[in-house]
Design a protein around this ligand. Structure first.
Ligand SMILES: *Cc1c(COP(=O)(O)O)cnc(C)c1O
Length: 417
């Protein structure tokens, strides 16, 4: 059994320790017991301001009364029936999403990676049905993250995700991050099926794609009869102050995957498509035992119900302005710590001059929870219900963090990732 965790990175002493949970995460040593709005409380009743939302999931904060009520009501009625029968909640949620977005049809999943898998399968099937089975390749971009299944790690292609996992799914052409549109055009061949992009990279370090480039990608897709897929697993569901990030531009995808915020903490994802692509998925072509079950749908319908209430998304934009302004001020005060402030809505990132893990750990000492990302970035993904007062509290903690790091940091080593 000790073979299971045998790894050249692990020292001799640790080699024989086997834990009941596979140690795939380097976890902070905190256990939370309850949540209330934007706050989490640990087992010692220490209170933390949650600016991570469980990685952009609890977009309505913790213990939201509408969500608790919807889930408790459903829990006492019916949990699960399988997709062998109609599920009323699915039709309800799908109709709301059809009305609010580009989509004409959709498939509910339990996670973001599953939504992306559905997007990849749908893309291939679409071209297959058109008599072009060789159009299977999907263009993706460095720094992207689409999940941890074999298909989605192949889409990202980094060694960090793929090393040790053997033969990867064929068919991804990974290009440098977004700004070289001429390169994208050159990379489209008769085998290209789609372009897949996150309108704002999350794990990659809160790196937004400009509206102009999204528009060019749409035009390229149209010219070459290929599909445009948006991964809005992280930037969707109100995060940017729009229900979906693409809605800030006039650029519509053919397929969009979302998850994270859509269930407010209940495992739920969705793969949405326009009419022409939806025709590819007929009875028997795809499935999920749990996907879109009555409990998940109760959560999903409650989340979107709150988000579509008058003023909800405006609040996100307002709080975004306040927070961004304060973060820019913080950067001015600590230019040796913070390099760039970027992102939109309440999906904001601080590109740092230092290792984001140091920032993340120190901030936690001051009772604010953040999330590190690639490209030396620390992510701020607060619940969308934050108030000005919460932002004030956050800024005090972030200020202290910067101050501490400035006093205690070794000299900056530039150019090091
Ligand atoms: C988190 C994430 C995923 C994967 O979602 P899971 O629910 O963890 O499978 C895919 N794409 C993006 C952009 C994400 O942020």
């Amino acid at each position: 059994m000790s073979q299971l965790i045998k790894n050249s990175d692990i020292t001799k002493d640790e080699e024989n320790i086997i834990t009941p949970i596979l140690p795939t995460y380097a976890r902070a040593d905190i256990t939370f017991e309850r949540g209330d709005g934007v706050y989490l409380y640990d087992i010692n009743d220490q209170k933390y301001l949650d600016f991570g939302s469980g990685i952009g999931v609890c977009n309505l904060g913790h213990n939201h009364p509408a969500l608790v009520k919807a889930l408790c009501n459903q829990a006492s009625k019916l949990w699960h029936t399988s997709n062998l029968y109609n599920i009323k909640g699915q039709e309800e949620l799908a109709l709301k999403l059809v009305e609010a977005t580009f989509a004409d049809s959709m498939f509910f999943t339990n996670s973001g990676a599953e939504a992306m898998e559905c997007a990849i399968k749908m893309t291939r099937k679409y071209h297959y049905d058109k008599g072009q089975p060789d159009r299977q390749r999907i263009i993706t971009f460095e720094g992207c993250f689409h999940g941890r299944t074999l298909g989605t790690i192949a889409a990202a292609g980094t060694e960090k995700l793929t090393k040790g996992f053997g033969t990867m799914l064929e068919g991804f052409d990974i290009l440098p991050f977004y700004n070289d549109m001429a390169k994208v055009e050159k990379s489209i061949t008769e085998h290209t099926a789609a372009i897949l992009i996150e309108p704002i990279q999350g794990e990659g370090g809160i790196r937004p794609v400009s509206k102009e480039n999204l528009k060019i990608l749409r035009e390229l897709a149209d010219q070459h009869n290929i599909l445009l897929i948006f991964d809005e697993v992280q930037c969707g569901m109100g995060r940017t102050g729009h229900l979906f990030a693409y809605q800030a531009s006039n650029v519509m995808p053919d397929i969009l995957a979302s998850a994270k915020g859509i269930g407010g903490g209940f495992p739920l994802g969705v793969c949405m498509a326009n009419e022409k692509v939806s025709h590819a998925m007929t009875a028997g072509t795809h499935g999920s035992t749990y996907g879109g079950n009555p409990l998940a749908m109760a959560a999903g319908n409650a989340v979107i119900g709150v988000m579509l209430e008058e003023g909800f998304l405006d609040h996100v934009l307002k709080m975004s302005e306040v927070l961004k302004f304060e973060l820019l001020r913080l950067r001015k005060e600590y230019p040796t710590i913070i390099d760039v402030v970027r992102g939109s809505g309440l999906m904001l990132g601080l590109k740092l001059h230092i290792d984001p893990a140091l920032f993340f750990n120190q901030a936690r000492e001051y009772k604010i929870l953040l999330i590190p990302a690639s490209d030396r970035t620390i992510r701020l993904l607060p619940p969308l219900i934050i108030s000005k007062q919460d932002i004030k509290t956050a800024m005090q903690a972030l200020s202290k963090t910067c101050c501490y790091l400035m006093k205690n940091m070794p000299a900056e080593k530039d150019g090091e990732e």
